[in-house]
Design a protein around this ligand. Structure first.
Ligand code: ADP
Length: 317
């Protein structure tokens, strides 16, 4: 399958934003074709002319062609790495700049909401202020996700090391979502919380992963759904499972679930909220913590997302 993908030069050119003759795939094929043509020519020349000078000349020519094309490929790769670095830096700077005025908007709307008593603003006015507050909250979360992605891409994700109570993190996360699960009649079950030791890791990062998986199970559950969370300890690892009976993920898209900006076809039409960054960030965090993340999902039946992390997380920073 990967050979077919590698030979799809049009797609490669589109993905990399270059002409098709500049794609590594095309240059690679050219390298092979030129090498075969020149070797065949060399064979016939040496057979018919019996001239060592011609042979040396032909071989030198092959080496020069290979060097030129090899140099082109290296230049292309260098250019892609540079552009990628610039893109991450741009996202990082733009997100930082956007976060400051957004925080100010949230402060102002919160101030307005707390200052005005019911009688001084109409219901409609209050609703508008609440909408601005909710929307700026959503934008702040998106910006924070973009900042995390830029940190991951630049290798700047910092992992702290301290004792963490994962059970407490899950309990707090469940309180945070209780209002929405209540209105949507989703049943939440958290099992096996007693036998779990403290983890020596990063509380904020673990919280982000857990909250993301929990938010997804709720977001992609139907009303009257059921979500079960389980924690277990095996050897030196603690494993977290979250199972829902929601919409699931189409089998043909399973390989892309942890890709940046991925959103499955079955949800994009009705669930407009989401960026496709949560699982990319979660995977990177779990791996930085020395663990792994995986899932099983059947479209129309539900999903189970799991991650396991070592009890004593080794800091890489
Ligand atoms: P998003 O912001 O879209 O939720 P994520 O990176 O968290 O981004 O998830 C990527 C995609 O994986 C989602 O858009 C959805 O298609 C799919 N997905 C993740 N979790 C679930 C789940 N529990 N049930 C069904 N689909 C899921």
């Amino acid at each position: 399958m990967w050979i077919v993908n590698d030979l799809n030069l049009k797609k490669q050119a589109r993905d990399l934003g270059v002409n098709f003759w500049q794609t590594p795939g095309f240059l690679f094929i050219m390298l092979g074709v030129i090498a075969v043509v020149i070797m065949t020519a060399t064979f016939y020349i040496s057979k018919n002319y019996d001239s060592p000078e011609l042979l040396v000349l032909a071989e030198s020519f092959v080496v020069i062609v290979i060097l030129v094309i090899g140099n082109l490929v290296i230049k292309m790769v260098e250019q892609i790495i540079k552009l990628n670095k610039m893109k991450s830096e741009f996202v990082s700077v733009a997100s930082h700049q956007l976060r400051t005025p957004l925080s100010a908007i949230r402060w102002e709307t919160e101030l307005l909401l707390s200052k005005f008593r019911k009688e001084s603003v109409s219901g409609k006015q209050r609703q508008s202020i609440e909408n601005i507050n909710t929307l700026s909250g959503k934008m702040t979360r998106l910006i924070n996700d973009l900042l995390d992605v830029a940190r991951i891409d630049q290798g700047r994700l910092i992992i702290k090391k301290m004792p963490v109570n994962v059970v407490a993190i899950i309990d707090e996360a469940l309180i945070g979502v209780s209002a929405v699960t209540k209105t949507r009649n989703i049943e939440l079950i958290f099992k096996d919380k007693k036998k779990i030791p403290l983890i020596f890791g990063d509380p904020e990062k673990l919280r982000m992963v857990i909250e993301n998986l929990l938010d997804n199970s709720i977001k992609y559950s139907t009303n009257y759904g059921k979500i079960e969370i389980k924690l277990s300890k095996k050897g030196d690892f603690v494993t977290f499972n979250i199972k829902d009976n929601g919409v699931g993920i189409p089998l043909e898209q399973h390989s892309r679930v942890f890709d940046k900006f991925f959103r499955s076809d079955n949800i994009v039409k009705y669930q407009t909220e989401g960026t496709g960054l949560g699982l990319y960030i979660a995977k990177n965090i779990v791996e930085q913590l020395g663990g792994r993340i995986w899932f099983n999902s059947v479209e129309g039946l539900g999903s189970i997302f799991n991650f396991s992390v070592p009890i004593n997380i080794k800091s890489k920073n």
